[in-house]
Ligand binder design. Structure first.
Ligand code: FE2
Ligand code: FE2
Length: 305
C-alpha cells in the first residue's frame, strides 16, 4: 500500500507545519486539543477546516474534512497515517510513536487502521455527541428539541414548495435549500435521541408543508418573502442559543454545529432577500406576520412537548 502524499499541494503560506483538522468532529477536536496543550518542537499552525471562514471551496473543504492532513513548510501535503506521523514527530512525548511509524511496513499498517477507523467514525461521532448530550442541562436539550422540530418543518416547507410549483426558478431554489435543510436535520437527528424529540413532529411537518406549498401556488415574491421571514426567525433563534452557550466550554462541539447551521440559514436569508425585488402586497405581509407568530408559538411548544 502506498502512503498518501500529495506532492502537488499549494506552497505553504508560512514556515510552520500546518495541521488541518475537522473541528466539527468531537473525536478530532478532542485529540487535537491534547496536542495543542503541548509545546511543539517546531512551529505549528492549527487550521480547523470545518469553519466557514477558511475561504476554501466546498469540494476542497469536504476533501480536507474527510481525512486528517498536515502541510509541511516546503508545501508537501501528507494525509491519514502519514500526516499523524509528521505531527507525532513534532510533539514532545509522541516522537517515539512517529519514529515507529517510519519503520519499514509500519506506515501502511497504520494507514490500513486509519481507513478502518474512518468507516467507524460516523458512528463514533454519534456516540460521543449522544454522551455529551447527556451532560447538557435541560434548557439546552429543550432548545435542541425546538431545533430538531424546526429543521423537520424546514424540510417539509421545501417539499411542499416543490409539490405545489411548476416554476423552474422556485424548483431550483427549493431543491438547493431542501438539500441544506436535510443536512441540518441529520445533524439534529445525530444530536437528539428519538425519545427526546418533540412529540408534535407530525404537526410541525404538516405545518411546514402547508407553509411551503401555499406561497408556491401564489408565485415567486410570496415564496421569497416566506423564506426570508422564516430564516430571519431561525437566525435569531440560533443566535440566542449561541449566546447562551458562549460561557459553556463543555458545549464547544454543540456550539460549532449550531454556528454552521446558523451560517447556512443566513445564506438562505440573504438569497431570499436578494430575490425579493418588490415589496410584498398586504396579503403576503399578513401571511408573513402569521408565520412569525406561528414560529414563536412553535418554539414555545416544542421546548416543552
Ligand atoms: Fe435549517
Ligand atoms: Fe434554512
Amino acid at each position: 500500500m502506498s502512503v498518501p502524499v500529495e506532492k502537488n499541494a499549494a506552497p505553504a503560506s508560512c514556515d510552520a507545519l500546518t495541521v488541518m483538522f475537522d473541528g466539527a468532529c468531537p473525536l478530532c477536536r478532542r485529540e487535537i486539543g491534547l496536542y495543542q496543550s503541548l509545546e511543539p518542537l517546531r512551529p505549528v499552525q492549527w487550521l480547523d477546516v470545518s469553519e466557514a471562514q477558511t475561504g476554501l471551496a466546498p469540494e476542497e473543504q469536504a476533501r480536507l474534512m474527510a481525512r486528517f492532513h498536515v502541510r509541511m513548510a516546503d508545501g508537501r501535503m501528507f494525509s491519514g497515517a502519514a500526516a499523524f506521523i509528521e505531527l507525532w514527530l513534532t510533539m514532545p512525548g509522541w516522537r517515539w510513536l512517529g519514529r515507529i511509524g517510519l519503520l519499514p511496513g509500519v506506515t501502511p499498517l497504520l494507514e490500513w487502521a486509519y481507513v478502518r477507523f474512518l468507516r467507524l467514525r460516523p458512528r463514533l461521532q454519534q456516540w460521543v455527541r449522544a454522551t455529551e448530550m447527556r451532560h447538557l442541562p435541560a434548557d439546552v436539550v429543550a432548545d435542541l428539541r425546538s431545533n430538531h422540530a424546526g429543521e423537520s418543518g424546514a424540510v417539509a416547507v421545501y417539499r411542499g414548495m416543490l409539490w405545489a410549483t411548476r416554476d423552474p426558478a422556485i424548483q431550483e431554489f427549493a431543491q438547493r435549500h431542501l438539500q441544506t435543510e436535510q443536512e441540518h436535520l441529520e445533524v439534529m437527528n445525530a444530536l437528539l435521541p428519538p425519545l427526546r424529540r418533540s412529540w408534535m413532529l407530525p404537526i410541525w411537518r404538516f405545518a411546514g408543508y402547508v407553509t411551503g406549498a401555499l406561497p408556491a401556488l401564489v408565485g415567486r415574491p410570496a415564496v421569497y418573502a416566506t423564506v426570508a421571514t422564516i430564516e430571519t426567525f431561525v437566525d435569531q433563534h440560533y443566535k440566542c442559543q449561541l449566546d447562551l452557550l458562549a460561557d459553556r466550554p463543555e458545549a464547544d462541539a454543540l456550539r460549532q454545529l449550531l454556528t454552521d447551521c446558523r451560517n447556512d440559514e443566513r445564506e438562505h436569508l440573504e438569497e431570499a432577500h436578494n430575490k425579493l425585488l418588490t415589496k410584498p402586497g398586504l396579503i403576503v405581509q399578513g401571511w408573513c406576520k402569521a408565520i412569525q407568530v406561528g414560529s414563536v408559538l412553535g418554539v414555545w411548544l416544542t421546548r416543552r412537548i
